[in-house]
Design a protein around this ligand. Structure first.
Ligand code: LR7
Ligand code: MN
Length: 565
């Protein structure tokens, strides 16, 4: 062996000593958690970058769809676009061309902008559930939340994948998230089976650990200042469930448009969600910016204290795929001691799609069956009005509801009548507090007034159809205490243009919408014109009209149930 020169030998041993010391040091450093400290430092600086990004004013951007403007694909074949919209329920191609971080105008009322919220507020876990959502719609939702929430208030964003089978939602999505948000603010969690949106939201809530849960659909855009009013309201009262005001993002052009007005939630007796005018509070009112109580929520967008969400019973895990959970949660929160509100200063856009871009396993009417579960648990004797509209569901197998009934007992919830009287006094109850209700039968024939299944959000001519003996909800009318012949939202009105037809349109106080019915003679006389409701026979079949009262048989009517006249 060749000996090394003495000086080198010395150098080698110093080197060895040095290495040994380094290994010892690193080992103990690791043991003492110093590495963790360094990774914490990295996390810290990543977060710091997000802080800085948040603090910068949103840059003014130009490009497709920027500022929330409409974007149309120039030169694209309209027919192809229509086909795409039919297939995917929105214009995915346009969405794909718009930046994932596009700007949207600050659509808040100016009074909202001068509100200062407490610096310290509970932190939010934003839970976004999705099943086979389009890439750009999903990620634009996530970006809008991260970019427009003060970092101090955002605990995490949970993307809950409800067992999607699209390839791009697998590794590609994982990589995108890891590279885009290296500080881990956005987490991806997946269910192991297709759960449907109700169980998916429960899974999302279970995966979240922030103080407040904020649920969003996977095709939303949060706008400036959206999160502060939600968190601040829950900070004041942890039993309030708060909804942002929901703006529309057009399914074809992706245009963000603010409805600006006051809308709150209602429901129809067939248990569909409906929008209601939120007045009487006028837009000019000084308390415009205050939260406004709402009987129901649309379902997809709301904030709730995380612990309270579970205390009040989360969701009914027996509900499948889509529908009904929004009214169930609304009734339950009110009946069990909580409140439900919309805050006009928090604005979030949602792509309103005309169809569902996903399958319903088993092709079941999940909205119908879920609604039966909610009616059976929460609506007491008022479930009769639901079945009146959905006779087809009377003998459906709706599964086991004992757990939900037990929950209602455990929480000592109030009854549905309390809810109607106190939370939704403006709701018209077809068969209560009215003079008469049921079929309106022309006594001379076996014909009854019938909507002929027309869309009741539009104005249409009232029709006639052979009486179904109470079997068809399209023949149910009520004669109210104030002499309106009405349905849930529409009233019978004599045409104002002097024509003799009668139509059904949104109720108001006009005298052309008032009818005086004489049970003995059978006449139904319009208060404005003094004419009688009449049945005509035309070439195209029977029709309803008004004509000078003449005692003829065609002017005699009887209602199915008389209560108080
Ligand atoms: O099996 C499913 N699994 C899911 O994760 C089916 C759906 N989903 C996801 C889906 O990807 C989406 O993010 O669930 C979310 C809601 O589904 P949508 O967008 O198809 O529902 P919608 O917007 O048509 O319906 C409204 O009513 C539903 C009733 O069950 C839900 O409560 C929706 O959240 C709700 N959306 C809103 O309230 C947005 C505002 C619209 C209004 C009015
Ligand atoms: Mn939606």
């Amino acid at each position: 062996m060749r000996l090394l020169p003495r000086n080198l030998r010395r150098r080698r041993s110093t080197l060895l000593c040095f290495l040994l010391a380094a290994i010892l040091l690193l080992g103990s450093a690791h043991y003492l958690g110093i590495f963790k400290l360094s990774s914490d430092l990295t996390q810290y600086s990543l977060r710091h970058i997000r802080y800085l990004k948040y603090q910068q004013l949103e840059p003014y951007r130009t490009g497709p769809g920027e500022q929330g403007n409409a974007f149309s694909l120039e030169g694209e074949d309209e027919k192809l676009i229509d086909d795409l919209i039919k297939r995917e329920a929105f214009n995915r191609k346009a969405s794909d061309k718009i930046s994932l971080e596009r700007s949207v105008k600050d659509v808040r009322d100016k009074r909202c902008k001068s509100i200062t919220y407490p610096k310290v507020l509970p932190k939010a876990s934003v839970v976004i559930i999705f099943h086979n959502e389009a890439w750009s719609a999903l990620l634009r939702t996530a970006h809008s939340v991260v970019n427009r929430s003060p970092p101090d208030l955002l605990h995490e964003v949970v993307l809950l994948d409800d067992f999607s089978d699209k390839d791009f939602l697998k590794e590609k999505l994982e990589t995108y998230i890891a590279e885009t948000w290296p500080d881990g603010i956005v987490k991806l969690v997946r269910t192991k089976v297709r759960s449907g949106l109700i169980r998916a939201r429960i899974a999302g809530a279970n995966a979240a650990s922030g103080d407040v849960l904020i649920f969003l659909d996977s095709h939303c855009e949060a706008t400036t200042g959206w999160i502060e009013p939600l968190l601040s309201r829950i900070n004041e009262d942890r039993r309030v469930v708060v909804c942002p005001s929901i703006d529309a993002i057009d399914a074809k052009t992706l245009e963000y448009s603010s409805n600006g007005g006051y809308q709150i939630g209602g429901f129809s007796w067939s248990l569909h969600f409906t929008w209601q005018d939120g007045s009487p509070r006028p837009l000019e009112s000084s308390n415009y910016t205050k939260p406004i109580s709402s009987p129901t929520m649309a379902g997809g967008l709301f904030a709730v204290d995380r612990k309270y969400f579970f205390e009040v019973g989360a969701y009914d895990p027996g509900m499948d795929v889509w529908g009904g959970e929004n009214l169930e949660l609304s009734f339950r929160v009110w009946m069990c001691g909580g409140k439900l509100e919309f805050v006009p200063c928090s604005r979030v856009g949602h792509i309103f799609r005309a169809s569902h871009p996903y399958t319903f396993p088993g092709n079941k009417d999940t909205h119908g069956i879920n609604s039966v579960r909610l009616a059976e648990v929460w609506m007491d004797e008022y479930k009769r009005l639901f079945y009146m509209h959905r006779r087809d569901l009377l003998n459906t197998d709706f599964g086991d509801i004992t757990e939900r009934k037990r929950l209602r007992e455990k929480l000592k919830c109030k009854n549905f009548k309390w809810y109607l009287d106190n939370v939704y006094p403006q709701k018209f109850i077809i068969d209560e507090n009215v003079k008469a209700w049921g079929m309106v039968r022309n006594t001379n024939s076996s014909m009854c007034l019938d909507t002929l299944q027309k869309d009741e959000s539009t104005v249409f001519e009232m029709g006639l159809f052979s009486c179904q003996n109470g079997g068809s909800s399209s023949q149910v009318m009520s004669l109210s205490k104030n002499d309106q012949l009405r349905r849930e939202t529409g009233c019978l009105e004599e045409s104002s243009d002097g024509g003799s037809k009668v139509s059904l349109r949104p109720c108001s106080d006009r005298s052309s919408m008032k009818w005086v019915h004489d049970k003995k003679t059978g006449t139904i006389i319009n208060q404005a014109s003094g004419k009688c409701l009449d049945m005509g026979r035309g070439k195209n079949g029977d029709f309803v009209s008004t004509s000078i009262c003449n005692g003829s048989e065609t002017q005699k009517w009887a209602m199915q149930h008389y209560l108080d006249m």
